[in-house]
Write a protein that binds this ligand. Structure first.
Ligand SMILES: Cc1ncc(COP(=O)(O)O)c(C=O)c1O
Length: 313
């Protein structure tokens, strides 16, 4: 087990700096919500996970668009457009003096009423950014997965393609069980028993030199997944999006995961199967590392004059 990077010494609610909350920057420790918030009780909450490289958020507009779409899927409208969220995010990253790090936009239904059906509840939005170099301390050496007993629900059971807080209860549980069993992460099957994804990343298998990945039906349509598929095409690789049976893991020559936090993450074991650090995954990891910092990265430029100091610590 390479072990996920644990919470740093300072807990997330006890830091210096500012968080963008409902249109204003507030002191970090003051960015709070009421205990009777709908988002806390009933999962009326959606979020994004973004990464800044060199002070630019990679694929910012795609993340902001997905946040708006996830909220809509959960029955509420954000009081901000994607363009306004982009601007708030850029300003948050700049004020944090963040060059490389993580960005977390989150939106939730407020505490106006605790009715389950609360279409008139105020919708709140916050964006926070902080340094966070790598999800797994030893990620480049590969991580181990354990097949979870929990399955990704069917698209008619839950809004599985939206990034909802409620959906992550399952990933949190599966991930905890995997760690307790000595693995780094969980691999979830879908409701029909086909390969789905890890707790926070999409899955790729290399079979006969080609990439195979489940279609985004029961899994999140990952922005990194889409980027990596495009990069694979650029490298002349064949990419097949299809349903995959768990038995296909037996003949895979490489396995890797993709996600904003995970980037291109090699997998060295799934249960009792072992995989090498292969050249296909390595080539894509290199291409991805170039893309996130490159001119055509799809990142959002820093607002003019924004500070690009080192990590605030
Ligand atoms: C369950 C799940 N699948 C896949 C992904 C990868 O998505 P993305 O590449 O957009 O970060 C994530 C991360 O957000 C996730 O949580």
């Amino acid at each position: 087990m390479t072990s996920a990077v644990r919470a740093p010494a300072a807990p997330l609610d006890d830091r210096d700096g500012v968080i963008w909350l409902d249109g204003d920057f507030v002191p970090w420790r003051a960015a709070q919500l009421h205990v009777l918030s709908h988002g806390l009780h009933y999962g009326g909450s959606v979020f994004e996970g973004e990464r800044a490289y060199g002070g630019r958020v990679f694929k910012l507009r795609e993340h902001s668009d997905r946040l708006v779409a996830s909220a809509r899927r959960m029955g509420f409208e954000l009081p901000w457009t994607a363009a306004e969220l982009d601007a708030a995010t850029c300003e948050t990253v700049a004020r944090a003096g963040l060059t490389d790090g993580y960005v977390r936009p989150v939106a939730w239904r407020g505490s106006d009423t605790l009715r389950l059906v609360a279409p008139d509840n105020t919708v709140h939005v916050a964006v926070a950014a902080w340094p966070w170099p790598r999800i797994f301390t030893d990620g480049p050496r590969g991580i181990t997965l354990r097949t979870s007993r929990w399955r990704r629900p069917a698209p008619d059971t839950a809004p599985v393609t939206a990034k909802t807080a409620a959906g992550y209860a399952l990933g949190s549980l599966a991930g905890q069980e995997a760690e307790e069993a000595g693995c780094d992460d969980a691999l979830l099957l879908d409701h029909r028993g086909r390969l789905a994804e890890a707790t926070g990343a999409n899955l790729f298998l290399v079979l006969d030199g080609a990439l195979h990945t489940p279609p985004p039906e029961c899994v999140l349509d990952g922005i990194t997944r889409r980027t990596v598929i495009a990069l694979a095409h650029d490298l002349g690789l064949t990419v097949v999006e299809r349903h995959l049976a768990p038995a296909e893991l037996d003949r895979a020559t490489e396995v890797f995961l993709t996600g904003t936090a995970y980037e291109v993450q090699p997998v060295t074991a799934v249960d009792d199967r072992r995989y090498p650090l292969g050249e296909v995954g390595a080539a894509l990891a290199e291409a991805y590392a170039e893309a996130v910092r490159g001119a055509g990265a799809g990142g959002e430029a820093r607002p003019a004059g924004a500070a690009v100091a080192g990590d605030p610590g």
